[in-house]
Design a protein around this ligand. Structure first.
Ligand code: LLP
Length: 413
């Protein structure tokens, strides 16, 4: 189902025209489709056994509290990576037994916060971290469930910043260390080994390495069982990519869930998965207005009112996002560089992107922007973070107000 579509030459989100949203809320604004969010969450929830699977949405992809509530209602849990994300997951009413905490640098206060909430497990990423958790668990005389994040040394095709599962990366521990840490946990009066986990990277569109990683973890869990450590679940991480160039060719969530669950369930373990992008990226667009047309030499620039502070991905990863006119046009096609107002050459959404001739005041929509969009926004260049709008049929709600200039003084004494 495509919840962003043209109707009488106008781009709509469900039954609301993006022109109407721009007029009433202003630009730049992130616009999300509720139907699309529910549909994608349900693809994860409804594939395969629901009792033996927990889908822990990776909060880092989009942490809007209203979106977290929608995902909670769809039955999802949360994968958190900081005290802030844990706060937001709990605030959204996600049950602690559906929350897992991954991350290489958990501070003591964050560990205490996770123990206060009694979440499902802490996923440990180093021997030193396990020592700190053990110390805190002993002080508090509280049983702590421990998963260990393993680095399965599987290389994947993605941007180098998004590959995480090889030994050269900071994430996880080697399989040998993982086994030794789980044994250490078993010997400790307050630690309980419950899981092995891996996350091989993000924006990976080939399902094969995920299946290999799931099989690898399953083999490890079976070997551990033969040495007396009976784990409760296997966490296969997230990372399923989408096709930004041709969204309809994206890999199917059901195929991924089936591929990773099969080895895990066959061996009799429960599964946890941590998807972010594949749920939320296609549900959102960044709506922006063209401020100026500028011809530099022979090169036409469209200068829009969104910048790299609103959507960093093209700047940081040279990531491709589809860009379309909100009002369709039959005008001649022109190759534009589409850039923001920020004082950085890298503040560029696209180079030589073909669009029908466009003028100041026209609206553009940057697609597939629901994940790692608002979540990575900033106030760089004194710019205000954009508004976020959720569309439900022919209604919309502002789920986050645009910042005002006073926000730039937050916390200043
Ligand atoms: N679990 C862990 C431990 C992770 O580190 C991540 C993402 C996920 C799950 C969710 O991965 P996903 O299903 O969304 O691929 N800023 C980059 C993406 C960085 C992903 C970091 N970790 C981007 O804009 O593409």
């Amino acid at each position: 189902m495509n919840n962003f579509h043209y109707q009488t030459n106008e781009l709509y989100c469900e039954n609301i025209s993006l022109t109407q949203i721009a007029q009433e809320v202003g630009t730049p604004t992130y616009v999300y489709s509720l139907a699309e969010i529910k549909e994608r969450a349900n693809s994860y929830q409804q594939t395969g056994s629901s009792e033996r699977k927990t889908v822990c949405y990776a909060v880092k992809a989009n942490q809007n509290p209203r979106i977290l509530e929608i995902l909670r209602d769809a039955g999802l849990g949360a994968d958190v990576t900081s005290g802030g994300e844990l706060f937001l997951a709990l605030h959204a009413g996600i049950a602690p037994e559906k929350i897992i905490y991954s991350g290489v640098g958990k501070r003591r206060d964050e560990i205490n916060m996770a123990l206060d909430a009694n979440i499902r497990a802490l996923h440990v990423e180093s021997a030193m971290e396990l020592d700190v958790i053990a110390e805190i668990a002993s002080e508090r005389q509280q049983i702590v469930r421990i998963g260990v994040r393993v680095n399965p040394n599987i290389s994947v095709e993605t941007h180098p910043y998004m590959s995480t599962g090889e030994t050269l990366h900071k994430f996880g521990v080697t399989p040998e260390t993982a086994v030794s840490l789980l044994h250490t946990a078993r010997e400790h009066p307050y630690l309980q080994p419950v899981a092995v986990a891996a996350h091989i990277g993000s924006q990976i569109t080939d399902i094969v390495p995920f299946a290999a990683s799931a099989q690898f973890l399953t083999n490890m869990a079976e070997e551990l069982a033969s040495s007396g450590i009976h784990l409760n679940y296997i966490d296969v991480g997230g990372g399923l990519g989408i096709d930004y160039q041709s969204p309809t060719s994206s890999p199917q969530i059901v195929d991924w869930v089936t591929a990773v669950s099969t080895p895990v369930h066959q061996a009799g373990f429960d599964i946890v998965m941590e998807p972010g992008r594949s749920i939320i990226a296609p549900t959102g667009m960044l709506l922006t207005q063209v401020e100026y047309l500028k011809i530099q030499g022979k090169k036409p620039f469209l200068i829009v009112d969104a910048g790299m502070n609103d959507l960093l991905r093209p700047t940081l990863y040279k990531a491709y996002h589809p860009i379309m006119r909100v009002q369709q046009s039959e005008a001649d096609l022109i190759d534009y560089d589409i850039v923001g107002p920020i004082c950085e050459t890298g503040d560029t959404f696209a180079q030589k992107r073909q669009l029908p001739a466009t003028k100041a005041g026209d609206l553009l929509a940057i697609g597939q922007a629901g994940a790692y969009g608002y979540a990575m926004s900033s106030n760089y260049n004194g710019r205000l973070r954009p508004a976020e709008v959720l569309v439900d049929g022919d209604q919309y709600t502002i789920i986050r107000q645009r910042q005002s200039y006073e926000h730039l003084l937050d916390g200043i004494s």
